[in-house]
Each structure stands twice: as structure tokens, then as C-alpha cells.
Design a protein around this ligand. Structure first.
Ligand SMILES: [Zn+2]
Length: 222
């Protein structure tokens, strides 16, 4: 036991003799060494953080790219299901309903309207799906007197697209909707004599314009 105890003491003595010499040598070689070591450590931490951050950014970018690819795929599949063909990634507008018969145009006068007709009528069976003509935000879902159940889709340029006389809305106010996504079901609520969509287009939320011309300008033929 005593022998064993002596060894650490001897080693400590040896260390005490050698260490200052080593430190001295190091200090002689580079007076900045402790500081340089500290800087080196800090730099390594920074490099590690930088690499970590870079990896996080790259991972986020890859995730976003994957999501975007999935979104583009879903969007194209959705538009193809509506009957659209060609380069669907470039399609920015679609018709609000796909199988229909136009029954009244914009500006027509008739016994059913207080003055002139302010929209375009798409007649189709009750419950036919109505879709978003473009990407936008739902800014109103309400019962609007003669318009019946009305959903207002506000597009990115501020144009309001009104879906009137619905049987049932399928979206809620504040919801972001993508082109071709369901808006509601075609109905005959309000001042209507049969199932149809009365579509109104109001640039900037102001007076209605002819939806047929508006759609035609966007490459569609209602
Ligand atoms: Zn109408």
C-alpha cells in the first residue's frame, strides 16, 4: 500500500518539474497560444453552428421543394380531373363549373331581374360541384337575399368572383383556395327559377363586368 502511494507523489513531483518547462517552451514558441487556442475553439463552435445551420437550411429547402413538387402534382391532377389538358402547370384560370348550359348572359334584361342581368348563368343539375376559377381567398360565405347562398372568392389581383344561388357552400371565410378546388354545390337558392350558377366578376370589388368576356380574356371559352 505504501509503495503504491509513493508513485502518485513521485509522478506529481515529476509533473511539477516538467510542466513549467513545457509551458515555457510553448509560450516561447508562441506567446499567443492560449488565446489562439480559445479563438480556435470558438471558431470551431462557429463552424459547427454554421454547418448545422446550413444543413437545416438545406433540409428545409429540400422539404419545400418536395412539398412544391407534390403541390404541383396535386394541382395538375386536380385540373386534369376537371378535363383540362396541355401544360397544366401554366394554367391560371378554369371555368367555375365544367358541364353546363349557358342560360343568360351579362347585360340581358328580363322579368327575373330588377334591372339588367349582372352575371353569367351556368345551368347544371342541382348539387353540381363549383370550383375556384383561380387561386384566391374566400372573403364571404353568406345568405345574400336575391343572390341566395353566396360565396365570394377574392383573387390575388383583388377581383371578386361571386358564386350565387348555391345549394351548399364547401368553404369558409378566410380560407385560401387553389385553382380548381371545390367552392360549393350548385343550387337554386334566392331569386332563382331553377338550378344554376349566377357568376359575377367584380374587379377590385367594384361594379360587375361581363364574366364571359373576362373568362375569354383568360383563355377560356364559356
Ligand atoms: Zn343570373
Amino acid at each position: 500500500m505504501t509503495r503504491r502511494r509513493r508513485w502518485p507523489a513521485a509522478l506529481a513531483l515529476l509533473a511539477a518539474m516538467v510542466a513549467p518547462a513545457l509551458v515555457g517552451t510553448a509560450a516561447h514558441a508562441s506567446p499567443e497560444t492560449p488565446r489562439a487556442l480559445k479563438m480556435h475553439d470558438e471558431l470551431m463552435v462557429e463552424v459547427e453552428l454554421h454547418v448545422q445551420h446550413r444543413e437545416e437550411v438545406l433540409t428545409a429547402l429540400l422539404d419545400a421543394a418536395e412539398r412544391h413538387a407534390a403541390d404541383v402534382g396535386q394541382r395538375s391532377a386536380r385540373l386534369a380531373a376537371l378535363g383540362y389538358t396541355g401544360d397544366l402547370t401554366k394554367l391560371e384560370y378554369v371555368l367555375p363549373v365544367q358541364d353546363y348550359r349557358l342560360t343568360a348572359g351579362f347585360g340581358e334584361s328580363g322579368p327575373h331581374w330588377a334591372s339588367v342581368h349582372t352575371g353569367l348563368d351556368f345551368a347544371a343539375p342541382l348539387g353540381t360541384e363549383l370550383v375556384a376559377v383561380a387561386d384566391g381567398i374566400v372573403t364571404e360565405v353568406a345568405y345574400a337575399g336575391p343572390y341566395g347562398i353566396r360565396t365570394v372568392l377574392t383573387l390575388q389581383d383583388g377581383t371578386e368572383v361571386w358564386y350565387n344561388h348555391q345549394l351548399q357552400p364547401l368553404v369558409f371565410e378566410g380560407q385560401a383556395i387553389l385553382i380548381g378546388e371545390p367552392i360549393g354545390l350548385l343550387g337554386t337558392t334566392g331569386n332563382s327559377i331553377g338550378p344554376h350558377l349566377h357568376l359575377e366578376v367584380r374587379p377590385g370589388g367594384a361594379a360587375p363586368v361581363d364574366p364571359r368576356a373576362w373568362l375569354t380574356e383568360r383563355g377560356l371559352t364559356p
